[in-house]
Design a protein around this ligand. Structure first.
Ligand SMILES: Cc1cc2nc3c(=O)[nH]c(=O)nc-3n(C[C@H](O)[C@H](O)[C@H](O)COP(=O)(O)OP(=O)(O)OC[C@H]3O[C@@H](n4cnc5c(N)ncnc54)[C@H](O)[C@@H]3O)c2cc1C
Length: 663
């Protein structure tokens, strides 16, 4: 290519104040292959783009270098402009004079000199560019939602309502997540299950939703629009088609003393169980580790009790392969183990409980039908101390971050206590009150001003038992650190929210990133808050960071909108920056020696094998073959190839070396 035009943008003062843009344009005119160069205040503006278009026509340009801001910002703008002027979009390159030069250096001759060098690099590259055509790929119009808490439920319903098929995969035996465990919800105090269970039923009945509970994603291949997921459907040991949910089997099970996870260990359940009364689906599951049939090989009482012969001891896990176009990850959170806080007495004193245990006591469907009691003797507590930030904002023993929901649910707990027992006393130890949200601050004020909850700003140093009471020792920092001692009947710890179990393994399977705490990472905190760095995979809810229900639902709907927009397209257009194995005339056929190091290095599993046959159909060589549909253009295979048999379109070895040599 011998007719290149260079356009130098001032980006207002952004580039112009440190780089001498007219000088860069002048210097470019001297470079071999450049037939036109000019500078302009804002090349991304309409008049700026028109200048480029006009110059392409006036000077019969074959390639363009725009020296401006980051290509992440305006490469699409300039590529559109050259296309309008009849040039192939991939014959336009952007030299980043802003982030790579003007923003990181002072005004100086050397800054302008570096700008000239940056343009020279792109000039050498563009001279070797070849016209490329975007790749069109079809889209599988089904979404996969992973996690069936309120986030997954909302995302699945929104996508399904927009007319697309959804596969909702939940790893526990029933939908609902943590919200199903909650009593009433801040800031409106509406009953959690009353608002959630109708949505769970909607999911199970929606014609566009396939619900797979007791299931997990085992493996994922593919790319946006064309993912292939393998889902392990764990054996419930119940035939879901035959089970009517009558519950006869549950009554007959002799293993009764298993800690009930849904009730946070406050009650026990049987080895065959439905997690909670309103569970969707209302189908039991056999807990093999605690079932006498599996452990002692002798019990079959549930089989005898089942009127429809639905119990199937031989049922095995199934691996189900599904094709999906987009994925929403909504795998939620867990709360911090209280073992880290022996000074608060959890595990030592039965009347020290967690926030989730308090929720179960306060819930009408809980072990005490909504009456708040103390675990030790079943009596209603008179004085309750709530300890906020148990593990949050505590780099030494817990996590550095604020768990965000605890200030609000602690205020709710104190309020619920006062509503249920008017004579009770509620004390909250807190660090700061963080109640930012619609009607949130008002909610906390209501707890203090109307319900008489006493807030004490300070840390608790110790909880111990004395004369049948729990003594909570702390300091009131608003009174200059004066020691405070409260004799309580019940202590409730607002434990920190953490990334859910198995989240990092799932992130690895999906090729999505995690942040420093292990929560799933968004592509951009402001501009791409529900996208991940893997195109076509979106995030919803507390898997991304601690968040409350309104925020979770809003984010789930946002992710669903992104998925619906994607699935409503007939095909996807992808950048043609993909790798290719070279071909040579016989007898060489290719520089590839068939070592297949590239195949194992490719993170997108885009490389397979191709047999080269002679005229008689006999295999004479086996070489690597790259699937352009799967290749994401990362270049790993190019770097791995020992015979330089692979090149990346748009970033060939020849181009890269020419850039280096030009310096
Ligand atoms: C004590 C307490 C009280 C609270 N009170 C309130 C309140 O009053 N108001 C409010 O707005 N918020 C409240 N919250 C916060 C609320 O619980 C969360 O906002 C909400 O549950 C987040 O929903 P989620 O779907 O993102 O996550 P979760 O509820 O955690 O659901 C995640 C789901 O994903 C499933 N899952 C996990 N991993 C996988 C996997 N690998 N494959 C498939 N499925 C998987 C889980 O089994 C679960 O069903 C409270 C929290 C606590 C701890």
């Amino acid at each position: 290519m011998s007719r290149v035009g260079v356009f130098v943008c001032h980006c207002g003062e952004n580039i112009g104040s440190t780089v001498d843009c007219p000088e860069v344009a002048e210097r470019c005119k001297q470079m071999p292959g450049v037939v036109h160069a000019e500078d302009y205040k804002y090349l991304c503006s309409n008049p700026g783009q028109n200048k480029i278009k006009q110059a392409i026509k006036d000077h019969q340009l074959e390639g363009v270098v725009v020296a401006a801001c980051s290509p992440r910002m305006h490469e699409p703008t300039f590529r559109r402009a050259v296309t309008d002027a009849g040039m192939n979009a991939y014959l336009c390159e952007v030299a980043n004079l802003r982030e790579h030069c003007s923003w990181v250096h002072e005004e100086a001759d050397s800054t302008t000199e570096k700008a000239v060098d940056l343009v020279r690099l792109q000039l050498e590259k563009v001279k070797r560019n070849k016209p490329l055509q975007p790749i069109e790929v079809p889209i599988t119009k089904t979404a996969l939602v992973i996690g069936g808490g309120v986030a997954g439920i909302q995302a699945a319903l929104d996508i399904a309502d927009s007319g697309h098929k959804v596969i909702l995969v939940e790893r526990s035996p029933a939908l609902g997540g943590h919200m199903a465990q909650l009593s009433e919800t801040f800031p409106t105090l509406d009953c959690s299950q009353c608002i959630l269970t109708p949505r769970m039923v909607d999911v199970s009945r929606h014609p566009n939703i396939t619900l797979m509970t007791y299931s997990e994603v085992e493996h994922l291949d593919g790319f946006i629009g064309n993912f292939k997921a393998t889902i392990r459907k764990r054996a419930r040991k119940i035939d879901e088609e035959l089970c009517t949910g009558c519950g006869e089997c549950l009554q007959k099970c002799p293993s009764k003393d298993i800690s009930d996870g849904f009730n946070e260990g406050l009650t026990t359940r049987r080895a065959i169980y439905v997690p909670f009364t309103q569970a969707v689906p209302n189908i039991p599951v056999i807990d093999v580790e605690n079932c006498r049939h599996y452990q002692k090989k002798k019990c079959d009482r549930c089989v005898k009790a089942c009127p429809t012969k639905a119990i199937s001891f031989n049922q095995q896990d199934e691996l189900i392969h599904v094709d999906v176009g987009a994925i929403v990850v909504a795998t939620g959170y867990k709360v911090m183990s209280t073992e880290k806080f022996p000074e608060y007495g959890y595990g030592t004193y039965p009347d020290v409980i967690t926030g989730l245990q308090f929720e179960r006591y306060a819930s009408a469907s809980g072990p005490t039908q909504g009456v708040i009691k103390r675990p030790s003797d079943g009596k209603e507590p008179e004085t309750v101390v709530f300890i906020a930030c148990s593990g949050s904002r505590d780099a030494a023993k817990g996590v550095k971050y604020c768990s965000k929901i605890c200030c609000m649910y602690t205020a709710k707990h104190a309020m619920l206590l006062k509503h249920k027992n008017h004579n009770s006393k509620a004390y909250v130890f807190y660090m700061d009150i963080r109640a930012a949200g619609k009607n949130y601050d008002e909610f906390v004020r209501r707890a203090i001003e109307e319900d008489g909850v006493k807030y004490i700003r300070g840390r608790v140093s110790r909880v111990y038992e004395e004369d049948g009471k729990l003594v909570v020792k702390g300091a009131d920092t608003l009174l200059g650190g004066r020691p405070v001692e409260i004799k309580a009947d019940l202590v409730v710890l607002a434990t920190a929210s953490l990334p859910n179990d198995g989240q990092s393994e799932l992130a690895r399977k999906l090729h999505v990133g995690c942040d420093e705490y292990g929560f799933l990472a968004e592509a951009h905190p402001k501009l791409k808050p529900v996208e991940t760095n893997t195109a076509g995979i979106y995030l919803a809810g507390a898997c991304q960071s601690p968040r409350d229900i309104p925020e979770t639902v809003a984010q789930a709907s946002a992710a669903a909108a992104k998925v619906a927009a994607l699935l409503s397209r007939s095909h996807l257009t992808r950048e043609p920056i993909v790798a290719e194995v070279n071909r040579r005339p016989a007898p060489l056929h290719s520089d590839c020696t068939g070592c297949f190091l590239c195949e194992s290095a490719c993170p997108y599993r885009a490389i397979g094998q191709e047999e080269i046959l002679d005229r008689d159909g006999i295999v004479i060589k086996t070489i690597a073959k790259i699937n352009p549909g799967l290749c994401q253009g990362c270049g790993t295979c190019v770097a791995t190839c020992r015979t330089k048999a692979i090149d990346l379109h748009g970033f060939s070895n020849e181009q890269i070396f020419a850039e280096i040599m030009s310096l």
